[in-house]
Design a binder for this molecule. Structure first.
Ligand code: FAM
Length: 463
């Protein structure tokens, strides 16, 4: 089948309602509660969007400076993400709810919220858990591929490979090839997303056990929720349930962080070419593996442990201040601090810190994390470079994982990935439902920019 020309779907909504038929294409197949909710919501969203774009499509909402072009497009409002937003002075809101109010929820509940804008009711949650459990089995071919990888492969490279190798199972690609109608794209994306999300804990836990010689893989259990199953398959003893609680919190807090961060944006960009969920999430994971993004959590713990080792425990405030300055003077960043968008302490850091204060206040590594929080913002302010001197999500999570015995730093970004897949998938489902266009911003050469500036400035033109 030849690819069809891709017009943004809203341009095709000339007949309101044309995109509003049942998402199961009238086939009347059994439908999950999540799919049913989306099927109810999507026509409403589409009609609303159609009227909005029709009425205001030409309204200018932003301009772009040369600083922004060379500065990683910071602050340029040029994409849509309805699942979550990050106001610089408040931090993460998931569908308008501050993340601090969601810390007692299950990751599955967050996924439902990200997709639909509502937390699931009891029946809807149970139904989603059943869906995930039904799809959780990891096929043998994935293990064969992972086992064939070099022993020193980074766990992120292993996770990414596993995601990519599953592409052969994509329902979106199969149905696209069969001529699926555009109004049904979101439904196929939902199917792929559920398959992927269901399998990720098993795959990620398997990677942990293979990569770090932890013994045979552990099968999932039908009676456990998504995150409890992950903990079970990692193979940790958790007699008092604290590790399980921490992992649930971890998987909630990392789930989404609006659309412009590297992983979400890479995923969105690739998905906009109608690449399926496996290709797109794989692209997002490659971005998450970078040290300025998802890898910062491993870097951060390394830094804290260096402090611990150098001073033989918790240092004095003066020693820590000096250590922080030494890091800056050597041209390195202090990992876990600063943010491209946030201008306050990340509420996700606050949530981890609250957990640490409650469950492991005497742990020396956690005490250093807490001390860094008291000392480093002032050091960064004094240095005067970082626009945000406050801790981000990565500043505290590693110390908690370390406390519970998960000491293999290079695995930490895999945990982040399992959680972030929830947001990436939810964003792709919504973007397919909205029929968003293929991304294709215009780039400029530096010569073009210089000529433009000259033309705009009469004084420069006269030179
Ligand atoms: N330590 C030292 N310098 C820092 C810094 C930090 N923690 N944060 C920012 N700066 C520097 C930055 O390198 C830049 O220096 P140059 O002008 O010499 O290039 C200057 O301050 C201005 O940067 P900014 O505008 O405040 O930050 P950016 O938006 O360019 O970058 C981050 C944002 C997150 C990449 C940056 O703060 C950083 O490198 N932090 C440390 C790594 C980290 O924790 N990353 C995780 C981010 C997290 F949210 C995630 O994605 N998981």
């Amino acid at each position: 089948m030849f690819p069809r020309p891709h017009k943004p779907a809203w341009k095709l909504w000339s007949t309101p309602g044309a995109w509003c038929t049942g998402a199961d294409g009238g086939r009347g197949t059994a439908m999950s509660a999540l799919k049913k909710k989306l099927q109810d919501r999507i026509p409403v969203w589409r009609n609303d969007l159609h009227s909005f774009i029709k009425e205001h499509g030409e309204t200018q909402i932003a301009t772009v400076s040369i600083n922004q072009i060379y500065g990683g497009m910071r602050g340029v409002r040029a994409m849509i993400c309805d699942t979550s937003e990050v106001p610089p002075e408040r931090g993460l809101l998931i569908r308008g709810i501050p993340v601090a109010e969601l810390t007692g929820k299950l990751p599955e509940e967050i996924f439902f919220l990200l997709c639909t804008g509502e937390l699931p009711g009891e029946h809807e949650l149970h139904d989603l858990q059943k869906e995930l459990s039904r799809r959780a089995r990891v096929p043998q071919y994935i293990w064969d591929v992972l086992m064939a990888m070099p022993k020193d492969s980074h766990p992120m490279a292993m996770l990414d490979t596993a995601v990519l190798v599953m592409e052969r199972e994509s329902q979106f690609r199969r149905r696209y090839d069969e001529g699926m109608e555009r109004k049904d794209y979101w439904e196929a994306m939902l199917e792929d997303s559920l398959d992927l999300i269901a399998r990720l804990p098993g795959i990620a836990a398997g990677i942990y056990r293979i990569r770090f010689d932890k013994g045979p893989r552990i099968d999932s259990r039908g009676d456990l929720d998504w995150s409890a199953n992950y903990v079970h398959m990692l193979g940790f003893d958790d007699p008092d349930g604290r590790f399980g609680k921490m992992m649930r919190l971890y998987l909630v807090l990392h789930s989404d962080h609006e659309g412009g961060n590297v992983s979400a944006h890479a995923c969105h960009c690739v998905a906009s070419a109608l690449s399926d969920a496996y290709y797109s999430v794989s692209a997002g994971l490659n971005g998450l593996a970078g040290p300025l993004h998802g890898l910062a959590n491993q870097e951060c713990l390394k830094w804290v442990l260096m402090v611990h080792e150098k001073f033989g425990g918790v240092p004095t405030d003066a020693q820590l201040r000096e250590f922080a300055w030494d890091t800056l003077k050597s041209g390195r960043v202090i990992p876990g601090y600063g943010h491209a968008v946030l201008r306050v302490t990340d509420p996700r850091f606050d949530a981890f810190r609250a957990f640490g204060l409650k469950y492991l206040p005497e742990d020396p590594v956690f005490r250093i994390v807490d001390q860094v929080f008291r000392i480093v913002p002032d050091v960064l302010k004094e240095q005067g470079k970082a626009k945000d001197p406050w801790p981000n999500v990565d500043a505290g999570s590693g110390a908690l994982l370390y406390h519970f015995g998960l000491k293999e730093f290079s695995y930490y970004t895999v945990l982040f990935s399992v959680s972030r897949a929830l947001g990436m998938c939810a964003q792709m489902i919504i973007s397919r439902a909205f029929g968003e266009a293929i991304e294709r911003p215009k780039s400029s050469t530096t010569e073009w920019l210089k000529a433009k500036v000259k033309a705009l400035s009469p004084k420069l033109a006269a030179l």
